[in-house]
Design a protein around this ligand. Structure first.
Ligand code: UDX
Length: 448
């Protein structure tokens, strides 16, 4: 039976730790943040993620999980350490390896004092070459041992989505193992067999660099797919009777394209896509390679949220002094996360234009308040948010916004102008009753 240390209890590390422990695998989560450790050991999740808290408290009760800041002790009692520390963006788009380096240093120092073979697995998102050229030398130097002989090294990217991270961890569509050597890969494969038993997902065993690059290729492709449909949406708006939703549905039926990540909207955000696309571009630049598709995906995404502000201006003539209601602030539904959320850019632009902004989000208001304070008004319901507004922009497609009827908008708003940035509403129902603008919808797209 493998025993696991997870170093870095952020969103990936904590989800992974809770899932392994819930499956009965002895897991210790290590983090420097003592407050976070106390919260977790009290059975609480420091992040908003479905089922995570339930998994944490179940595992704590079963005795298969604990959080600690004592890496040395944890490493001694485990045989595999997953490194899940953050790799934040630097101003030039490249990533900082500061935490990865210090994790490798600490692990190496502890390995120096242990006897048994230990496998180190890098799960943080790092640019190709990091495991081989950065992590491995640090581990070898600090431990005084030889990688591939005294200890092992793998790269094992994760593909967890916020809002379904627990499910993604429990039932991944694939497991990618980048290995320094055969024994390292065998050990990690054996661990995953223990975790998934008979429902073992597709396994890819490959080089360290391939595993590192797979993660970036994955996110860059998905983000580019969304940017593709987002730019097509604008062509649809200029084309009478065109509708990007119908086009996405039809092209998505082609198995070579597939239906997912073809939902046009105000752009992509979150903690991964923006950071990862910038990082892969920065890496390519260093290699003197151009990646024009990824470059274009980013540029499309930069202007995408502003479409909604432009539409509001077209509808109202000018935005100065106008009251604009924003529904949804999180970068996607079912999360309180506003990192790189398009709402931030929309709010900034509206404030520049001199508008009054009222906003409502079921989960992300606290985080948004930290950024904008009293510059905008936070309503405590969607109904109150649209009250007396001159225009409403739907930014995040929370299901609860679907309960708003055209009458709600008509009765409450000063001007019933609705800009549907996520195609949440049925345009045939709404366009007859409101001044309704939807992303990717040409004039008279109705077929009835
Ligand atoms: C993403 C990756 O999906 C995941 O594999 C990786 O590990 C981390 O980054 P996440 O950031 O949780 O996960 O969000 P995701 O569900 O992928 O959505 C990213 C952004 O794209 C969101 O802003 C979302 O609103 C947007 N999006 C997604 C669209 O605009 N249209 C779509 O069709 C799909």
């Amino acid at each position: 039976m493998h025993e696991i240390t997870i170093l870095g209890l952020g969103y990936v590390g904590l989800t992974m730790a809770a899932c392994l422990a819930e499956q009965g695998i002895k897991t210790t989560g290590v983090d420097l943040d003592k407050e976070k450790i106390a919260t977790i050991n009290a059975g609480k999740s420091p992040i908003h993620e479905p089922r995570l808290e339930e998994f944490i408290s179940k595992a704590l009760k079963a005795g298969t999980f604990k959080a600690t800041s004592d890496l040395e002790n944890s490493l001694r009692t485990s045989n595999i350490t997953f490194v899940t520390v953050g790799t934040p963006s630097l101003p030039d788009g490249s990533i900082s390896l500061e935490y990865v380096r210090s994790a490798a240093e600490s692990i190496g120092r502890t390995l120096n004092r242990t006897q048994n073979y230990h496998l180190v697995v890098v799960r943080s998102t790092v640019i190709p070459g990091t495991c081989l050229e950065v992590v491995k030398p640090i581990l070898e130097k600090a431990s005084g041992k030889v990688c591939g002989k005294d200890f092992g090294l793998c790269s094992n990217p994760e593909f967890l989505k916020e809002g379904s991270a627990v499910q993604d961890m429990m039932r991944p569509d694939r497991v990618v193992i980048g290995e320094n050597d055969r024994r390292s890969g065998d050990t990690l494969q054996d661990f995953y067999h223990q975790l998934y038993e008979r429902e073992m997902p597709r396994l890819i065993r490959t080089s360290l660099a391939n595993a590192e690059l797979i993660k970036y290729a994955n996110n860059a492709f998905l983000a580019s797919k969304v940017s593709f449909i987002n730019s097509l949406a604008h062509l649809c708006e200029k084309t009478p009777q065109a509708d990007v939703e119908v086009i996405a549905e039809a092209i998505g039926l082609d198995p070579r394209i597939g239906p997912l990540f073809l939902k046009a909207g105000l752009g992509w955000g979150g903690s991964c896509f923006p950071k990862d696309l910038k990082a892969i571009l920065a890496y390519a630049r260093e290699q003197n390679i151009e990646l024009p598709i990824i470059d274009a995906a980013i540029r499309i995404n930069e202007i995408q949220p502003i479409w909604s502000v432009r539409k509001a201006k077209e509808a109202l003539g000018e935005l100065k002094g106008k009251r604009i209601a924003l529904l949804g602030l999180a970068f996607k539904p079912d999360t309180d996360d506003i990192r790189e959320a398009v709402s931030i850019r929309i709010i900034q632009r509206l404030l520049q234009e001199g508008s009054f902004v009222s906003a409502y989000d079921p989960a992300a208001m606290e985080n948004t308040r930290k950024l904008f304070g009293k510059k905008i008004v936070f309503a405590d319901s969607a109904q109150k948010c649209i009250q007396d507004a001159d225009c409403c922009i739907l930014i995040t497609e929370w299901q609860e916004f679907k309960r708003l009827t055209p009458e709600d908008f008509r009765i409450r708003m000063h001007e019933p102008i609705l800009i549907d940035g996520r195609r949440l509403y049925n345009h045939e129902e709404y366009s007859g009753k409101l001044n309704y603008y939807a992303i990717g919808l040409g004039s008279c797209a109705s077929t009835s």
